[in-house]
Design a binder for this molecule. Structure first.
Ligand SMILES: [Zn+2]
Length: 354
């Protein structure tokens, strides 16, 4: 082994100020020479820190002092702190390996977001009592009432009474039936719309009732809103938006602590627009519920079709466009086709029974 000289900074382990020193290695003998130091050590008594990329390395001296220097192959001749550092160091210097690792982490995080989070949100939502949700829904309606987003309905009491009666009929036997409230409201902002608030409150606008040709048309939309409530879509949506709360409460099994994360009207208002998956789920729920009450899903298809046709022309009503049923429950050719399909099946089953 030949002599090696490294000119670096020496810390004596007592005074936190470095001083220039030279470490000389000759076989088993190490000398440390500097303006403030002159020492000799047995090479076996020192320990060299692991190689971490291109970071500075440390030589621990037996007297508690430390010698810092840039990485140098000569340091490999001295005893190492971690015998296995070779592989880690090799890994750390290979950017493609780091790149693949990073891509893997991104893929895992993405799949947690896409696949795990919705399932976690569904389970956590099931543990939140309906009463907790109810306060959120009532606050939202109160806020909309006091800010005149919603105003008194002008629909005659007979029609309201008839719809309330049929709505109550449809709730019979549903797990959350006692929590439902149906509110009639007029709105300059919401257009033809129906909104399922957390906790069982459904608000339906005058414009939507006026768009309907029959009570069954309105009930078809209400059945869809019931689907959103029974499937806890509002809370699941909010939970998915506050992923950390979901993970935390799933881990601690403490649904009550979610209150803090879930409360907040702005979040709630933005959550009125549901995902395509939730819309499809609510549609399927509605078709099944309507079948039980012998209402053809054709009514739903007709209402959707009318809403598409009634969509405000560009610039005519930007608010209506932003807030209407179209935006909060985006219709699509897909959904209309599925409604027609369900209607065909419904009519076939009616034909068989008669
Ligand atoms: Zn919807």
């Amino acid at each position: 082994m030949s002599a090696l000289t490294l000119q670096r900074i020496f810390y004596d382990g007592h005074v936190p100020i470095g001083s220039d020193a030279t470490l000389m290695v000759a076989g088993k003998n190490i000398s440390l020479i500097g303006a403030e130091v002159s020492e000799r050590f047995d090479a076996d008594a020192v320990r060299v820190s692991p190689r971490t990329g291109v970071a500075t390395r440390f030589v621990e001296l037996p007297d508690g002092g430390q010698f810092q220097c840039a990485d140098d192959p000569a340091l490999d001749c001295l005893p190492q702190e971690v015998p296995s550092e070779g592989f880690v160091a090799w890994l750390e210097r290979r950017w493609p390996v780091a790149g693949v690792a990073l891509a893997l982490i991104v893929a895992i995080v993405a799949s947690v977001y896409v696949y795990v989070l919705p399932v976690a949100a569904e389970r956590v939502a099931a543990r939140i009592p309906f009463e907790t949700e109810k306060a959120l829904g009532e606050d939202a309606v109160d806020w909309m009432d006091s800010n005149l987003v919603l105003t008194h309905s002008k629909i005659d009491k007979d029609t309201q009474g008839r719809l309330l009666y049929r709505f109550d009929e449809m709730l019979k036997g549903l797990p959350a039936s006692e929590h439902y409230r149906l509110g009639f409201r007029s709105s300059d902002y919401l257009g033809a719309n129906a909104i399922a608030f957390p906790g069982g409150t459904i608000v339906i606008t005058d414009d939507l009732i006026e768009l309907a040709d029959s009570d069954e048309d309105v009930l078809a939309i209400l059945a869809h809103e019931i689907g959103h409530i029974e499937k806890r879509h509002a809370v699941r949506h909010i939970l998915q938006d506050s992923a950390i709360a979901v993970v935390a409460s799933a881990v601690t099994a403490d649904a009550a602590s979610l209150g803090v994360a879930v409360v907040g009207l702005p979040t709630l208002l933005t959550s009125l627009e549901f995902s395509r998956e939730f819309e499809t789920e609510a549609d399927s729920y509605a078709f099944e519920l309507m079948r039980q009450y012998e209402i053809s899903p054709q009514h739903f298809a007709d209402m959707m079709q009318r809403m598409v046709e009634e969509q405000p022309v560009d610039g005519e009503s930007e608010l209506g466009e932003a807030w209407g049923f179209m935006s909060s429950h985006p219709p699509s050719d897909d959904r209309i086709a599925r409604a027609h399909d369900a209607a065909r099946k419904f009519e076939q089953s009616q034909g068989v029974e008669q």
